[in-house]
Design a protein around this ligand. Sequence first.
Ligand SMILES: [Zn+2]
Length: 361
Amino acid sequence: MKTLAIICLLLSQTLYAQTYDHLDTALSYYQLDPSHLHGKEADLSNVEEQFNQGRMQIYRLKKGHVLKIEQAEYLKPIAADGWKVIAPEINNSTTEVNPKIMTVINELNVTNVRGHLEYFTGQTSRRSGAPGNQESTTYIEKFLGELGYEMTRDCFSPGLCNIWGTLRGNVDEYVLIEAHLDSVGRAYAGADDNGSGAAGLLELARVLKSVDKKRGLIIFATNGEESGLLGAKDFVWKARDNGLLNKIKYVINMDMIGYNKNGIVDIETNREFEDLAKWKSALANTYTTLKPEITMPAWGSDHVPFLQYKVPSILTIEHWKTKTPCYHRECDKIDTINFEYMMEILKLNVAASMEKMVETK
Ligand SMILES: [Zn+2]
């Protein structure tokens, strides 16, 4: 009996090892998504780095190891061919200059942007549901309403509201520009993440309100991004059910557009929209001084819920490898913001949204 038990034990261990080896080769690549670490260090003791460029950090399980439960928070499984980064040196194509776009670009005003950012960082906290979060929502509602946008406030949780303004075009289709208005809640902070995107959003709303358009424009201040993309997910689910999602033909997400080290802007989407990212890079080379780096797939911000439903969506974000050292910290203050760089990203998004608003296909 004893011998039989030992044989059974050895056999089960062999079977386990075989199964395990299979898992190890098939499911062993992981993408680091640090968005919910909130300052904690990621445990990378059982994985080794495979690729580290731009926003993409890919790890592989070390042989004989398994992923720990808590690591699933920040190490997301990815296919062996699931990622690609195209360096700025390679993204050197340009496009023809459209004088109408140049006119609108020249209307962008840095004083307005600074004013909005001072308002947002003047709040004690813009954490989901905090009074400063609710006041910022009202500030955006009032600003867009006065510009003539048709406003919708949708509170998906008590005290936590999405806010968006709509301008209709000649066809029942839309270009949507989004930025999250919430922060992680550091006092008088969240300047770069994401006061910068929210302030830029309002300036884009101002300069784009009277441009020629076939498609309409939706200016969307999302909420609860830092708590798990809550507002964007809620919007996408409701838009899927009421039919709006099918009418949204292009999404621009601005999240962290204010800190600059080297002039690189990360242009992020999923691999199925690689051509769209290349098109956007050409616009960057034509209308701005930015150096575009394409990074795929998307993770960690409000473009992701749209991409899950195959809506063509692009995130514009500061170069992640040299991102603000104050990310999610108390020191994410307005004095770290490079307004000149931020305005270049706004120019890029003026060009992209204007092109997509008159597109006929
Ligand atoms: Zn953010």
